[in-house]
Design a protein around this ligand. Structure first.
Ligand code: SAH
Length: 439
């Protein structure tokens, strides 16, 4: 460790910025919105006593040396812009979340690197964490009064901040958060767990939402499907328990009812449960059924949306699912309906100005093509089959509706894959197509 991070309280403090120009402005700006008062000075006054910090943004000359000398004499820590050797402290790249502050420093070696890292931290620390920290400050005295031993305090803080109270505080509902915290301190809701049904997107972990990432990093236990990319699983908190409930079609490792029962049991133990599903939980993901079961059991449950396969695959292939000249609607259908469910409404899907995306449609592609053509859709309608979209193994084959089964067979596509049917398929980047069917 080449430098030591320490945090200076700013409430009621005065900070001096000596010098003019963009660098001085930037230092003054750091304190905007903070309780410190910034005093801008063109030159060094005879005394700097009483300031908590001094920033010197002067050209390298005698005046600069004098400013540093006066700060030293008066015992005020000084930072010199572009003068690390003269500085008592470095200015970190700062992630500002009110009472929660993160500073990144390279000890003066590479401020750009620190700023890049800050940008990444900004992305993963929700702005709402400021509210969580403020909430913790407000209830701090009550927690300390009600729990006198170290262990008890730690457990109470974990139960409050990671439980329903923390969830409400993050959502901005401070009143409900305080009420829930009070109940936790009374021992009533010590075991109030929560379930998040989280969309993992189609593959690429960069397609996760910030909220999905946060729930993965907060989870005590994660139930995940076969479809979830291993790179997304790598983002789960290291010491969280992982349960594979592999649900590749036709091979239900754990039956649906049992998955629901286990999630409910874990939540009732007070754990933070994540149910991680490929794509979006509400698009052919049984998220609706699971949410009903959780609600019926009285378990707090939230849904975190994900990028569904159709959106992820289409974006990557350069296929606009709607386009003012070619498609005024897009319809997502399943090629694999529940046993006994009625067949799709083919006449409605035959409208040429509409894109159709078929999920789980590889095995039933022949039936789909035949039914659409019989209902009046042009046999020459462009189609694209996209397998393992948003992963390094992506495969895309393009052809026409009448030859869809041959297209799938020739490209050796086994799934998971979606079928995209409609004129917009012709707009795909040619470079994005790995197999093009001969006309
Ligand atoms: N909830 C998921 C869909 C689950 S159903 C979502 O919103 O995406 C499973 C089907 O999704 C697969 O049979 C396939 O049709 C599609 N699918 C999921 N991930 C995919 C991917 N990376 N590439 C292509 N299709 C995918």
């Amino acid at each position: 460790m080449q430098s030591f991070p320490a945090f200076f309280p700013l409430e009621g403090r005065r900070v001096a910025v000596i010098g003019e120009g963009p660098m001085a402005d930037a230092k003054a700006r750091l304190f905007e919105g903070s309780p410190a008062s910034v005093v801008r000075l063109e030159a060094t006054p005879p005394s700097l006593a009483g300031f908590a910090l001094v920033f010197v943004a002067l050209p390298e000359d005698a005046a600069r040396a004098e400013a540093v000398a006066i700060a030293r004499r008066d015992g005020v820590p000084v930072n010199v812009v572009d003068g690390p050797a003269l500085s008592d402290f470095y200015t970190p790249a700062i992630v500002d979340r009110g009472e929660l502050v993160i500073g990144v420093s390279t000890s003066g070696a590479a401020p750009t690197l620190a700023r890049d890292l800050r940008a990444r931290i900004e992305a993963i620390v929700p702005a709402a964490y400021a509210q969580l920290a403020a909430f913790a400050r407000r209830i701090r005295a009550r927690v300390l009064a009600r729990r006198t031993d170290f262990e008890g305090r730690r457990r109470a803080w974990e139960a409050i901040l990671r439980g329903a109270a923390g969830e409400r505080a993050l959502a901005g509902d401070q009143e409900a958060a305080e009420a829930l915290a009070a109940r936790t301190l009374d021992g009533e809701t010590a075991a109030a767990g929560v379930v998040h049904l989280v969309g993992a997107g189609p593959g690429d972990p960069e397609l996760l939402t910030l909220k999905a990432l946060r729930t993965l990093q907060d989870a005590d236990i994660v139930f995940h499907d076969k479809l979830v990319d291993s790179r997304v699983l790598d983002l789960i908190r290291r010491d969280a328990e992982r349960v594979f409930v592999g649900k590749a079609r036709g091979d239900h490792a754990v039956p649906q009812r049992e998955i629901e029962a286990r999630m409910i049991a874990e939540a009732r133990k007070g754990r933070r449960v994540v149910r991680l599903k490929g794509g979006d939980p509400f698009v052919f993901g049984r998220g609706g059924e699971e949410l009903q079961a959780l609600r019926a059991a009285g378990v707090e449950a939230h849904v975190v949306p994900g990028i569904t396969a159709a959106l992820g695959c289409a974006a990557e292939a350069g296929v606009p699912l709607t386009h003012r000249d070619h498609a005024q609607a897009v319809t997502f259908v399943t090629g694999h309906a529940k046993e006994g469910a009625p067949d799709l409404d083919w006449p409605a899907l035959a409208n040429a100005k509409q894109t159709i995306v078929v999920y789980m449609g590889v095995d039933t592609a022949a039936h789909t093509a035949r039914s659409l053509i019989a209902a009046g859709r042009d046999a020459a309608t462009p189609v694209m089959v996209i397998e393992s979209g948003a992963t390094p193994h992506v495969k895309r084959a393009r052809g026409v509706l009448s030859a869809l089964p041959a297209l799938i067979a020739d490209a050796g596509i086994l799934g998971p894959a979606i079928l995209v049917i409609g004129d917009v398929v012709a707009l795909a980047d040619a470079s994005a197509v790995s197999a093009e069917q001969a006309a």
